[in-house]
Write a protein that binds this ligand. Structure first.
Ligand SMILES: Cc1ncc(COP(=O)(O)O)c(C=O)c1O
Length: 444
């Protein structure tokens, strides 16, 4: 029965309970499912009706159909999802998303959602405290790091009046895309043997005098290398260049004091992006953009048409980024910070790093295998001695087993396997199993 004939409250009680029951059942059976989706491109689409129904259908029909489509899901919630950067959506955050959808806040300006606006300010302030960042910074939430970096570079361009961006060849592709979208020129600085941006190369780019921003990365996507932010900050300060730090993945690790070494110099950045949806156990999407130059960010984006003018002297967070309509993302971040606390978050981060270090130790000790890059966080780059084709075929076999899902990168032109631990439910047994699958499929 559709909600039309029931009150909304009754419809939510009814369909909401079905959805929560379905979701809890999914979490119960998830570990037995193959991690990587089993379908071929286009197959799911062919199975689905080509057009919408004319008559209303019961919500249960949606859940029933979903059951039949689960082979088309790559299970990011699986404890042996070890590809890209593993993420988590814990029950408290799932519950917060239901509440956020119920409130359906569209935070275009303060009046449209005082709570979403002010809770966002509070949660990003809490996050700064948890990560040891300057609490005087301005922060707001964007959907992704791609948008956060786009916003930061737009501010850098308008603040400096220059139109070139410098980053290393290990920087995330979102920097390349942002530069392209903004019509900025991109120059690439070289890296050292540990995949860290070379300050001497950055200096030679800055000597041209036309660089608006340098993007340094703490925790690069391929190897999680950490660019030398203090040295790059010196160069940026001397030349009036905006320093944007991309800590989308590794920034969450600063919740643990033992990882704070990698935050050195970050307090001197003009802007910084950290994605709680990557490694702080907040479901997609939640990317926090911090800046000490809030006025520059606002100048780059503030555009207030008549219909949005109000009498309140209050900040609207849509003044700091490209989107006007903003959803209530802070609720899930608030829920995660409250329900796990500093201690819980720290334990999960530290455990993931410890497990990754153990895995790297096993690879290192095994004849015929090699670790290919430093591994200071929860991601390990490694490969089997042999050709690129052999490593690629090994990855295909491992992923086809359904027992684990890993991804790859290229380092110094070589195909390298990448195992990233980050799901809250990943245990030592899961990592032992991952190594067993890799060895078995390698023919050991
Ligand atoms: C270092 C780094 N920066 C930025 C991004 C882009 O993140 P998003 O998907 O939130 O745009 C990624 C994605 O993995 C990343 O690893």
């Amino acid at each position: 029965m559709s909600a039309g004939r029931r009150s909304w409250a009754d419809a939510l009680r009814d369909d909401g309970s079905r959805a929560v029951e379905w979701a809890a059942g999914y979490l119960e059976r998830l570990d037995a499912l193959p991690v990587l989706a089993r379908t071929r491109p286009g197959e799911l689409r062919a199975r689905l009706p080509a057009g919408p129904p004319g008559e209303p259908e019961p919500f249960q029909a949606v859940l029933d159909d979903l059951d039949g489509l689960l082979d088309g899901v790559t299970h990011w919630q699986h404890p042996r999802f070890m590809a890209y950067f593993a993420t988590s959506s814990p029950p408290e955050a799932i519950a917060a998303e239901i509440v956020a959808a119920t409130l359906n806040q569209v935070a275009i300006l303060w009046r449209a959602s005082p709570l979403a606006t002010e809770l966002e300010a509070v949660t990003v302030d809490w996050l700064a405290q948890l990560l040891g960042l300057p609490t005087t910074w301005h922060g707001h939430i964007e959907d992704t790091a791609s948008t956060s970096t786009l916003a930061a570079l737009a501010a850098a361009r308008s603040a400096t009046g220059r139109a070139t961006v410098v980053c290393s060849d290990q920087a995330h592709s979102s920097v390349v895309k942002a530069a392209r979208l903004l019509g900025m020129q991109l120059r690439t600085a070289g890296v050292d043997a540990q995949f860290r941006m070379r300050p001497d190369d950055v200096a030679s780019h800055l000597a041209t005098g036309d660089v608006a921003a340098v993007v340094a990365t703490v925790g690069t996507t391929s190897t999680t290398s950490v660019d030398p932010v203090p040295a790059i900050a010196d160069l940026c300060e001397a030349t009036g260049t905006w320093l944007h730090v991309d800590a989308a993945y590794a920034g969450s690790a600063w919740v643990s004091p033992r990882n704070r070494w990698s935050a050195a110099g970050v307090e001197r950045a003009d802007s910084l992006v950290v994605n709680p949806h990557k490694w702080l156990f907040v479901p997609m999407d939640c990317s926090v953009l911090f800046t000490r130059r809030a006025d520059d960010l606002r100048r780059a984006f503030n555009e207030t048409p008549e219909y949005l003018r109000t009498s309140e002297d209050a900040e609207s967070l849509s003044e700091y980024g490209p989107a006007l309509g903003r959803r209530f993302r802070s609720l899930k971040l608030w829920a995660v910070m409250r329900c796990y606390g500093r201690q819980g978050l720290q334990e999960h981060i530290d455990r993931a790093i410890d497990l990754a270090q153990q895995f790297a130790g096993w690879v290192d000790a095994e004849p015929g295998w090699e670790v290919c890059a430093p591994h200071q966080f929860s991601c390990v780059c490694f490969r089997l001695h042999g050709t690129d084709a052999q490593n690629e075929a090994l990855m295909a076999r491992v992923n086809a087993s359904g027992e684990i899902f890993i991804s790859h990168t290229k380092l110094d032109g070589r195909f390298v396997l990448r195992l990233a631990i980050g799901h809250m439910r990943t245990t030592r047994d899961d990592v032992v199993r991952a190594w067993a699958v890799l060895r078995r499929e390698s023919g050991a």
